[in-house]
Design a binder for this molecule. Structure first.
Ligand code: ADP
Ligand code: ASP
Ligand code: MG
Length: 605
């Protein structure tokens, strides 16, 4: 007999009829001889309505009272589902997070799960009951036994954490679409269903706006090797499997907080090409990377940041062996990018040899603002200056001087408690990884981001550490950190601009935190732009495949979409564009990678 955890989302339990149909489905799995734990969300849009109610009374309701309020939604659906099961003659019992013992941190509205007590659930399962658990909620580990919630969309995380703790044979996430698609079908109607996706790819997609799975649910599945599948509540189709690598053994104690960093990685075969002061208009990145792709040159990191006076800097790294050819491409394109203006430094090509990339990687760093800051602090204390920063949800990479590489690795391994030897990344010349037919598996859009830029940050070790340390103290998660290539000397001090994105909800708090810190840090003006969208492509197949970035940039250029910022990790490329162009941008890149299909996906209201 196997133990299965099933989770049903809000739409799937949105009405009496739907609850009854979920009960039928649950009963069917139970009749096949499985033990069953069922996690449910609040009915339909209940959580949104509760948030609205709160906002009608207070513009700034306390997080504790919000948790008290929002956790009620799930309590309604567990009771109703149990009644529906009992009506069918299936013994069942409902339990809140507190009754189970889903023990979390005491942080209201975004608590992480520390441990799940399994005794009570196991006892009821042994009695032949289906156990129906309220998703999204827990109880704090403190004496006060506070009700906590895990953050919006967190029922997925409850389900996978239960599956990991109970060592279930699988976790099934039932929702209102047939599985994980190449894009959100509400925005891209011709998005196609995937049979399977790797946990690493899904982690990026979920963090970049694909809300079909809560990123923390994917993280737990990956860390504990939980077989995870996303499927439709309305059909019997097989859905999408999320494939995790063989997990290293991990304790269940400290479930969501143990070990944020799994590995320290480095690559000493790196060189940088930067094109400074290029026009801030559609098509520039497409032109540069289009030509690089035509020469079949493989690039690693790409970074583009914003600047005053309508120009951008674009920088990328390549392996040393192809540096000369990459530089030649940049030099050949530069004249065409120069306008007739008097600025002699327009479209200047800059090359740096003797650099290395050091990275920390691990799914446990998701939504934990302190980790990137800790990396910067570690490098600063070791006297290492950071030349480029590139971030994804599961990795932070810094480009540094090759002379500092050994020192940086030793310091990072010590800080993050990594005992295994650091991973030397494979050389670009080695055979490509086995890939899927398309290098890009899916695309995502995030319309809830804002961009902050800080001008003239002194270019000394430790500045990034202090800056992001201030934000981490306020629990603000930062994404897409970009440091400008251009250096401006102010009062004899070399400075660079820093830009990054945060969620819109945190934007004002981030601006204030930086404003307070800026006299102490000696930085210039702080600019906030909430009118942005982030579009991303994700796929493990883009590793060592020239031309993927070019295709994305060309698709945007064809639609006259200006790229304001670019960041990449090994398996994703993200661009910031104007908010009003977000949807078109998503559709354009989805098309460009041939992800569209003719099959119409059923989406339920
Ligand atoms: P539930 O209430 O079942 O948890 P959610 O609304 O949280 O459902 O997540 C399902 C929704 O996620 C879908 O209706 C779809 O609009 C959206 N979505 C975004 N990106 C994707 C994607 N890549 N594949 C499938 N669905 C997606
Ligand atoms: N009901 C919660 C929400 O709407 C949790 C969830 O649905 O996963 O965010
Ligand atoms: Mg959801």
């Amino acid at each position: 007999m196997s133990l299965v955890v099933q989770k049903y989302g809000g739409t799937s339990v949105g009405s009496v009829e739907r609850i009854q149909s979920v009960a039928q489905r649950v009963m069917k799995t139970a009749t096949l001889g499985n033990s069953l734990v069922v996690v449910v969300s609040a009915m339909g849009k209940t959580t949104d309505s509760l948030v609205k109610l709160a906002n009608a009374i207070s513009t700034n309701p306390s997080r504790r009272e919000m948790d008290m309020l929002l956790s009620t939604g799930e309590q309604v659906s567990i009771a109703l589902l149990c009644m529906a099961l009992q009506e069918l003659g299936q013994p069942a019992i409902s339990l809140t997070g507190a009754q189970v013992g889903i023990v979390t941190e005491a942080h209201h509205s975004r608590a992480r799960i520390l441990k799940i007590k399994t005794e009570r659930i196991e006892q009821h399962l042994n009695e032949g009951k289906v156990v129906v658990v309220a998703g999204f909620q827990g109880i704090s580990s403190t004496d006060a036994l506070e009700i906590t919630t895990l953050g919006r969309g967190g029922s997925d995380t409850s389900a996978v954490a239960l599956a990991a703790s109970l060592k279930a044979s699988r976790c099934e996430i039932y929702t209102d679409v047939p599985g994980i698609l190449t894009a959100d079908p509400r925005i891209v109607p011709d998005a196609q269903l995937m049979d399977e996706i790797t946990a690493d790819e899904m982690l990026e997609l979920a963090s970049l706006g694909a809300k079909v799975l809560h990123p923390r649910a994917v993280e737990i599945a990956r860390n504990y090797g939980v077989p995870l599948v996303v499927l439709s509540s309305w059909t019997d189709d097989p859905g999408t499997k999320v494939i995790s690598p063989m997990p290293q053994p991990r304790p269940l104690e400290g479930l969501e907080i143990a070990r944020p960093v799994d590995a320290v990685e480095f690559d000493t075969d790196q060189a940088k090409v930067a094109l400074l002061r290029v026009p801030d208009c559609p098509g520039v990145a497409a032109r540069l990377f289009g030509e690089i792709a035509r020469q079949d040159l493989d690039i690693d990191l790409i970074i583009q940041s914003i600047h005053e006076s309508n120009t951008n800097d674009i920088a990328f790294t390549v392996s040393n062996g192809i540096l000369n050819r990459a530089e030649a491409v940049a030099q050949a394109i530069a004249p065409a990018l120069r306008t007739q203006s008097a600025d002699p430094e327009e479209a200047e090509v800059m090359v740096a040899r003797g650099i290395a990339k050091v990275s920390i990687a691990g799914a446990g760093m998701i939504g934990r603002p302190g980790i990137a800051a800790q990396m910067f602090v570690t490098l600063a204390s070791a006297g290492v200056n950071i030349q480029m920063i590139s971030t994804s949800e599961v990795k932070v990479s810094c480009v540094i001087d090759i002379k500092d590489c050994d020192r940086a690795i030793t310091a990072l391994c010590q800080t993050f408690n990594i005992n295994s030897s650091p991973l030397q990344l494979p050389k670009a010349t080695e055979s490509p990884l086995p890939t899927h037919p398309s290098p890009v598996r899916g695309v995502a859009l995030d319309l809830n981001q804002a961009r902050l830029a800080i001008r003239y940050v002194p270019d000394r070790p430790g500045r990034a550490a202090r800056l992001f340390g201030h934000l981490a103290e306020q629990n603000i998660s930062v994404d897409m950190i970009i440091q400008s290539q251009r250096c401006r000397v102010i009062d004899g001090v070399p400075t660079r601009d820093l830009a990054f994105t945060v969620s819109q909800a945190d934007a004002e708090a981030a601006r204030l935190a930086l404003k307070q810190a800026s006299p102490d840090l000696g930085c210039g003006e702080i600019l906030l732009d909430t009118d942005i969208a982030k579009v991303s492509i994700v796929g493990a197949g883009m590793v060592r495949q020239p031309g993927v970035a070019a295709r994305m940039f060309e698709a945007l250029a064809q639609h006259q979409i200006n790229i304001q910022m670019i960041t990449t990790s090994e398996i994703k490329i993200s661009c910031v564009v104007a908010q009003e162009q977000g949807v078109i941008a998503l559709q354009a890149i989805h098309n460009a990678f041939g992800l569209a299909g003719s099959k119409k996906v059923q989406v339920s209201a």
